[in-house]
Ligand binder design. Structure first.
Ligand code: COA
Length: 335
């Protein structure tokens, strides 16, 4: 695998509409105190009706392209990590490409771009880094746009207090290419893992296993369902183990890391992983309080947020860890 995979642009988007814990108190039997103490989440951003994952993806993508100084016409690959795509077909990636003006009907580069959605649930962004590394290994001049975009509020049952407090909508994007000017971080390594024997821990229906006929009422399993306690346990176990394995593989100590960014699902999960790693608290980036769990978007959103806050600078050594439905998990090393 090539070492020449670099992040050279970042962008993100969250919709303006905010749903606070107090708002949720009016919908279900919950409280700001319960949500804050169990999850650290204060608010989440929710897409307005008629605005979809692809719309959020497009704004994040444009910001990342501008940041990278790359024009849409230079892109060779658009990968969108999502478990809440606008449609099963066409892909969100194709929708983004179309709105970026990449068309066989136009002059020039047009349609020479591979567009694809993939679903690794909340682990999608790290799975996407691995895909980008593969693409650049096959084709060193590739210019890859990787987006994590979710409209999870469309698949949340807002009468189920055990899940509706946990998730939000948003998108984050990165542009990846080989070594060169303007590179912010080298993707030094990435590892992606899965254990399908635990597929029932997080389930969101709506696929072809759901045998609905026209006119049927929506079945309950259309919405996200989760075994929260076991998910919590597996998330802490797997993100800790893979982060330590990543450091060991590179002969690094935890103290060598400048910033640790874990999947932003729950403050208690992040703190538990941080404390098991023994990493200094000020090196652990947390923004779950503002966005809740935006699934595949959490990591690029956090990278962009960390940079805006001055916590993340080009060339810093960053350890990323993630966990999600499938179950899937992984880690990556930047810098
Ligand atoms: C969901 C989660 C916050 C629940 O916290 P918990 O301390 O494990 O709580 P439990 O599920 O054991 O539920 C405890 C009680 O709180 C109740 N409860 C659940 N959600 C509630 C809410 N929003 N408000 C108030 N009470 C709630 C439960 O009904 C239960 O009540 P009971 O004891 O009367 O049955 C926690 O399990 C978690 O964060 N899991 C991981 C979720 C996650 O991050 N998923 C995405 C991974 S990609």
């Amino acid at each position: 695998m090539t070492n020449s995979c670099h992040i050279c642009g970042l962008g993100s988007y969250v919709p303006p509409k905010i749903l606070t814990n107090r708002d949720l108190e009016k919908l279900v039997d919950t409280s700001d105190e319960w949500i804050m103490s169990r999850t650290g989440i204060r608010q989440r951003h929710i897409l307005d009706s008629g605005v979809n994952a692809s719309d959020a993806a497009l704004v994040a993508a444009r910001a990342a392209l501008t940041d990278a100084g790359v024009s849409a016409g230079e892109l060779t690959h658009i990968f969108v990590a999502t478990c809440s795509p606008d449609y099963f077909c066409p892909s969100t990636a194709c929708l983004v490409a179309g709105r970026l003006g990449l068309s066989a009907r136009s002059e020039g580069h047009g349609a020479h771009v591979m567009c694809m959605d993939f679903n690794a649930a909340c682990s999608g962004f790290l799975y996407g880094l691995e895909l980008a590394r593969s693409a650049l290994s096959l084709r060193p001049d590739a210019v890859v746009l990787l987006i994590g975009a979710e409209a999870l509020s469309r698949r949340i049952d807002f009468s189920d207090r055990s899940t509706c407090v946990l998730f939000g909508d948003g998108a984050g994007a990165v542009v990846l290419r080989g070594a060169g000017t303007g590179c912010l971080w080298r993707v030094r390594d990435s590892v992606c893992c899965a254990d399908g024997s635990m597929h029932d821990l997080i389930v969101m229906g709506g696929g072809s296993a759901m045998e609905v006929k026209k006119g049927d009422a929506l079945p309950d399993d259309f919405f996200l369902a989760m075994q929260g306690r076991e998910v919590f346990r597996q998330a802490v176990r797997s993100m800790t183990a893979e982060s330590l394995a990543m450091l060991e593989r590179h002969g690094m100590q935890v103290s060598d890391i400048d910033l640790f960014i874990a999947h932003q699902a729950n403050l208690r999960i992040i703190e538990a992983v941080g404390s098991r790693l023994g990493i200094a608290e000020d090196k652990v980036f947390i923004n779950v309080q503002d966005y809740a769990n935006t699934s595949a978007a959490t990591l690029p959103l956090a990278l962009d947020d960390a940079r805006s806050q001055g916590r993340l600078k080009p060339g810093m050594k960053v350890l990323l860890a993630t966990f999600g439905g499938g179950i899937t998990w992984g880690a990556a090393l930047l810098g």
